[in-house]
Design a protein around this ligand. Structure first.
Ligand SMILES: Cc1cc2nc3c(=O)[nH]c(=O)nc-3n(C[C@H](O)[C@H](O)[C@H](O)COP(=O)(O)OP(=O)(O)OC[C@H]3O[C@@H](n4cnc5c(N)ncnc54)[C@H](O)[C@@H]3O)c2cc1C
Length: 396
């Protein structure tokens, strides 16, 4: 089928979803489940799994119609689910039945997902993680501690990377699982952030059990599976709005228009520069989506992650500069965690939250290392533990 015919089919299906399940009238889970059943959650996924098996670039056609009619941005409601779990489950779950079991409630946001990767001693050096998984018949017994786990307190399922073989080099001894966050032995404790909210958590795992059927990929191939998650995470974090002038820059332009009393020529120049950089980022993301077919994103996802994170911070810094003394007033320092997965508070909160952009999903230094090594072909980072068995690597 030609891509024009594919685009027409996607548009027809999207209009039908909107007709039958008007997002302004029905509950969001109903609308998003209907979107999944129509194959419009991830159009490049296979039919029956929330997709249509067409080019990834056509997602913009579906989203334009669904969101244009008042539908939500699903990534904002179930970020780890849509951005990372869905592509990982689709590619690596052991059966079609399990894929369907996980993907439909993920898409409908009935099941929120979280990502159990980082540990107190393993963030940038993720492959050095220590949480263990030991086989016991048809199950695995998990022990360890994860940290910075966004939305773990609301999650039904967690993407878990654990060590199954300490006797081999660190990347080789990992296995990837889906952890039931309600299982006995899984304890979630809040961590308060700069914004006052507790969007992320520490997760303590003590003798929690996972059926072997919930392993993603082969034993010892956890690093390979984690690459699916991480590349999609960077691509999701670095993706910018499909529409010109949308996203973070729209907030800055809106603030500028609302506050003529605070405008200066210097601030206008800076805003123009930020607008141009946002547009360059949007077009770069669009170009990368247009060239993508049904495959996953490659290391180039790190470009969007790196540029988008720094640009976000610059835009919110400009907002604070425009507001001047008003910017230091933070009215809603609510010590809550009922953020509903939507982190959009007042602009001051978004300024504070943006500080995390250059850390979450891999720091900017790590993004530069990836781009240097994997895109530019520059010499690799120094790796003192290369080839050593994980158990012999000194740890603090
Ligand atoms: C808001 C937020 C949400 C998060 N959500 C999740 C989540 O849901 N799940 C999850 O698993 N994790 C999550 N994280 C954790 C995040 O992935 C880690 O914080 C990040 O990978 C950095 O790891 P670290 O904090 O251990 O810092 P470290 O790795 O200790 O890094 C410290 C500093 O050293 C630099 N550095 C480290 N190695 C190198 C190197 N080789 N070359 C150059 N510089 C280097 C870093 O850039 C950084 O500046 C979240 C973090 C934040 C801030």
């Amino acid at each position: 089928m030609s891509s024009v015919a594919d685009a027409d089919r996607v548009a027809d299906l999207a209009r039908q979803v909107v007709r039958d399940h008007d997002p302004k009238k029905v509950p969001i889970p109903e609308f998003l489940t209907a979107t999944y059943d129509a194959g419009l959650s991830w159009v490049h996924f296979p039919e029956g799994l929330g997709g249509l098996g067409v080019s990834r670039g056509l997602q913009a056609v579906a989203d334009g119609i669904l969101q244009g009619a008042g539908g939500p941005v699903p990534l904002g409601l179930n970020p780890m689910g849509y951005g990372m779990a869905a592509p990982t489950v689709r590619e690596h779950a052991q059966s079609e039945e399990l894929k369907r079991f996980w993907l439909r409630p993920l898409a409908g946001t009935q099941d929120i997902w979280c990502q159990l990767f980082s540990e107190p001693g393993a963030g940038s050096d993720l492959a050095g993680l220590a949480t263990s998984a030991v086989r016991d018949g048809d199950e695995w017994v998990i022990n360890g501690q994860k940290v910075w786990t966004s939305l773990a307190h609301r999650a039904r399922w967690g993407l878990l990377l654990a060590r199954t073989d300490p006797d081999v080099a660190k990347h080789k001894g990992l296995t990837y699982f889906v952890l039931d966050m309600h299982a006995p032995g899984v304890e979630t404790r809040p961590l308060r952030q700069l914004t006052g909210q507790a969007e992320f958590n520490e997760v303590y795992i003590t003798d929690a059990r996972i059926p072997d059927a919930h392993r993603l990929g082969a034993v010892g191939n956890g690093w390979g599976v984690a690459m699916t998650t991480l590349m999609n995470e960077r691509s999701a974090l670095g993706g910018s709005g499909a529409r010109r002038g949308a996203g973070t820059i729209a907030e800055a332009v809106g603030l500028w228009a609302a506050r003529p009393d605070l405008q200066t020529p210097v601030l206008r120049d800076r805003l123009t520069q930020l607008w141009l950089r946002s547009e360059a980022q949007r077009l770069t993301a669009q170009r990368s989506r247009a060239t993508a077919t049904v495959g996953g994103p490659g290391p180039e996802g790190s470009i969007g992650k790196l540029v988008g994170a720094e640009l976000n911070q610059h835009i919110y810094t400009w907002c604070m500069d425009l507001l001047g003394a008003e910017g230091i007033l933070y009215h809603s320092y609510a010590q809550d965690r009922d953020d509903d997965g939507d982190w959009r508070g007042p602009i001051q909160q978004r300024f504070l939250r943006s500080k995390a952009n250059t850390i979450e999903g891999g720091t900017s230094e790590v993004m530069r290392n990836i781009l240097a090594e994997r895109i530019l072909g520059l010499p690799g980072d120094l790796r003192a533990d290369a080839g050593m068995a994980w158990k012999d690597v000194p740890r603090g």
